[in-house]
Ligand binder design. Sequence first.
Ligand SMILES: [Fe+2]
Length: 199
Amino acid sequence: MAHQLNRSTFGDPKNAGNLMSIEEAHQLLNEWVPNERLRLHMKQVAAVMKAWALQREGADELTARKWELAGLLHDADWEKYPDDHCRIIIEELERRNIDPEVIHCIASHGPRYFGVEPQNKMDKMIYAFDELSGFVHASALIRPTRYEGMDVKSVLKKLKTPSFAAQVSRDDISDAIARIDHSLEEIIQFVIDNQKDVQ
Ligand SMILES: [Fe+2]
């Protein structure tokens, strides 16, 4: 579905620090993404990215907003332009003169599909969080109490069950975890803790 981007640089370095507001990003999502489930996925990844930046990377407010924006917008073109997924939102953000790090982060959230390698920590974390966020949410949805009382062990067990949420690539998850100095267990726990209240 998605195509290789065949590019390695994104945005213009002179736009460093140029971010849209979270409200503007939500407005873009409301226009581009009618599917509520997909919007929720992006809001969940955004919440996890922002929390990680603030709690684990010691990020300031502006840097945390970069992480949050990348999460909020990474699949923004997926519903309307499935065959050009990633290319359309990248070009939109370039037109809006958005910080190149945000655009590179979005471009590298699926190296196998888009052909762009994650470089900095923000890139590597969106790659790790993206599939796991969707997987954790799928796991929550089949529990009567949803996120309440959910533990890492039960998520790990489901990961080993190929028929559960079969569309989630276990290979991508292993590849993403291999690129960071954090365990799968740690990342799953962080996802549970930081996306459970997102609506
Ligand atoms: Fe995603």
